[in-house]
Design a protein around this ligand. Structure first.
Ligand SMILES: [Zn+2]
Length: 394
């Protein structure tokens, strides 16, 4: 992590470089003008930043880092216009530097539990499949070649992932359609392809009633908490859509008794905290959990980790979790289930005894390992400590 004072000096250096270097290097006047404008912009938002996080100036550290990353991205864009190869290289180098500074200045996110590489499952049971759609997973329940309405999809990825999900479903099930699409919750990265998929398959969507307001256009999710740290994903969360989708036409409630229609042996379990109606799907006999975002298996706050996904266990994505007491209770409940196979909403599938042990460590030490250090939603006084005792004060 880059200390705040060093970050402020790097900002001053960036502004100076953008304003002075192009003319010293003999860049074309139009590039010079654009880069000088960008440099003045960097100087302006740096002067308006409270680097120490106290809100005396209008821009806080997390918005500042986002601006750093944005001006880096703008330089990458400008570099495409530059004909001189050396100039292009210099501009790309500068862009990479600014984006790296933005990423490395993030305060660290929740600690979580790191697992050995072999905890990631290369193979899943035959009736399960996981499709990684960028930073988020969708799961298929049903053996390859299952008949029409003989399989289930869990969650629906980011907007734009419908073609990838449809292609994966076609490879696995041919022309058969799912019996239903099961939702762990309604965040934008879990329902992105939902309208198109439900339409294509003419399939019902099943979700917990407490999640319905967000799926019927009635209520938006609470604002994110970019201050949780951990990387650029947390910072960028202020840009993530959180307004409700309207799927009321096909939306049904999961049955109250915990069953899932036409899916014997599986049950849904209410795991609130990340969202009010968040659920996980559980196969008791085989100890398989499709967890959604109640626990995730990668440092979801970091873009790099979310893409590379080394095995790591932590609570829900911290920037989008408004109820930490409920989230902690859900993590403890999952640890008590002791799943030997976990497919989470983000990160690789984990399995074996390493998973069971890591869940125990996370659940029993959730105060230190599970919580972000900062979050507008964090009231540690409200956190029930392990064993039912209550923690008072920080
Ligand atoms: Zn989520």
């Amino acid at each position: 992590m880059i200390p705040r004072r060093l970050h402020a000096s790097l900002d001053a250096l960036s502004a100076a470089l953008l304003i002075l270097a192009p003319s010293m290097l003999g860049a074309a006047p139009r590039h010079r003008k654009r880069l000088a404008a960008l440099g003045l912009g960097v100087a302006a938002y740096s002067l308006a930043t409270s680097y120490r996080g106290r809100a005396r100036r209008p821009i806080g550290p997390s918005h500042h880092r986002l601006l750093d990353a944005a001006q880096g991205a703008a330089c990458l864009g400008l570099a495409r216009d530059v004909d001189d190869p050396a100039g292009r290289m210099a501009l790309r180098g500068y862009a990479a530097f600014s984006i790296a500074v933005a990423a490395l200045s993030s305060p660290s996110g929740p600690e979580g539990v790191t697992l050995p590489p072999w905890a990631a499952m290369a193979d899943l049971p035959a009736d399960l499949a996981l499709l990684r759609c960028g930073i988020v997973n969708v799961a298929f329940i049903g053996p390859p070649g299952a008949g029409d309405r003989g399989w289930f999809l869990v969650d629906a990825g980011l907007p734009g992932s419908a073609p990838a999900i449809l292609a994966a479903a076609r490879r696995r099930f041919g022309a058969s359609r799912p019996a239903a699409i099961l939702l762990t919750h309604g965040h934008f990265d879990h329902v992105g392809a939902l309208p198109r998929l439900a339409e294509t398959w003419d399939a019902p969507i099943l979700a917990h009633p407490a999640e319905h307001p967000y799926l019927t256009g009635r209520r938006a999710y609470p604002p994110p908490a970019p201050e949780v740290g951990g990387g650029m994903m947390a910072e960028a969360s202020i840009l993530f859509p959180r307004s409700p989708v309207d799927l009321s036409q096909r939306l049904r409630a999961l049955p109250e008794d915990g069953t899932i229609p036409d899916l014997p042996h599986w049950q849904w379990l209410h795991m609130p905290g990340h969202t009010p109606g968040h659920v996980s799907f559980w196969h008791e006999d085989r100890k398989i959990l499709i967890g959604g975002d109640a626990v995730v298996t990668t440092r979801q706050e970091s873009v790099l980790a979310a893409l590379a996904a080394p095995p790591h266990l932590q609570g829900p994505p911290a920037y989008f979790t408004p109820d930490w007491a409920a989230a902690a209770a859900s993590v403890r409940r999952i640890a008590d289930l002791a799943p030997t196979c976990l497919i989470a909403g983000h990160g690789p599938a984990l399995g074996g005894t390493a998973l069971v042990a890591a869940l125990q460590i996370l659940a029993s030490g959730f105060e230190t390992r599970g919580l972000p250090r900062r979050s507008r939603y964090l009231d540690r006084r409200a956190m029930p400590a392990p064993g039912g005792a209550r923690m008072i004060g920080r």
